[in-house]
Design a protein around this ligand. Structure first.
Ligand SMILES: [Fe+2]
Length: 221
């Protein structure tokens, strides 16, 4: 989906043609959650999931479409430059949340279950143990100042899993995202208040390691 945005950034002339031909209708849409809003209880409340998906993610989608439309109509490089921040913020928000929903799964199903396999082996190789991996991830992401994202990323150069963070809605571009965790307050405050470590400890119960292993298999060939 975001490839349309990327094309718009690289080839504004084509984007203009595309939007003119397809009217100003939204290009990007809010993806459905792969589970019900209450499916991640008690670790992430139904209220958080509903607001997070229907309101927050929708806002990024709406903002991205508006920025792309303005970009397509722009008539100068200066105008296009002024739109870069909106494209980055809303485009990043859309990419990150689309990854995040798939990162999660109900604890009654796949959530929290890390079976023996390539992902577990890679975690043990790169972090010593699963427990050490979670501890390191939680410590690094809890230290994010302000809003951002915590990532388990695959580094193509070192062929290792690494824990990295990004600020605001910046997408992960230095690594391939294997697991991403939203560290914005809107992701946890209604349930965990200011206690970010409790949110981070809880979320491992609903992390979809099967999805993470699938992502790793696609890049670590
Ligand atoms: Fe979020």
């Amino acid at each position: 989906m975001f490839s349309v945005a990327t094309r718009a950034l690289r080839r504004p002339a084509m984007a203009r043609t595309f939007l003119a031909a397809g009217s100003s209708a939204s290009v990007h849409t809010l993806p459905d959650l792969p589970y019900p809003y209450n499916a991640l209880e008690p670790y992430i409340s139904e209220e958080i999931m509903t607001l997070h998906h229907k309101k927050h993610h929708q806002t990024y989608v709406t903002g991205l479409n508006a920025a792309e439309e303005a970009y397509a109509k722009s008539t100068s490089v200066k105008e296009q430059i002024t739109l870069q921040a909106a494209l980055k913020f809303n485009g990043g928000g859309h990419i990150n949340h689309s990854l995040f929903w798939k990162n999660l799964a109900p604890a009654a199903h796949d959530g929290g279950k890390l079976d023996n396999g390539p992902l577990k082996s890679a975690i043990e190789r790169d972090f010593g143990s699963v427990e050490e991996f979670k501890k390191t991830f939680n410590a690094k992401t809890a230290a994010i100042q302000g809003s951002g994202w915590g990532w388990v990323g695959y580094n193509a150069a070192t062929k290792k899993l690494e824990i990295v963070t990004t600020a605001n809605q910046d997408p992960l571009t230095t690594h391939t995202p294997i697991i991403g965790v939203d560290i914005w307050e809107h992701a946890f405050y209604l349930q965990y208040k200011n206690v970010k470590p409790d949110y981070l400890n809880a979320i491992w119960n609903v992390i979809n390691f099967k999805e993470a292993e699938k992502r790793l298999a696609e890049v670590a060939k």
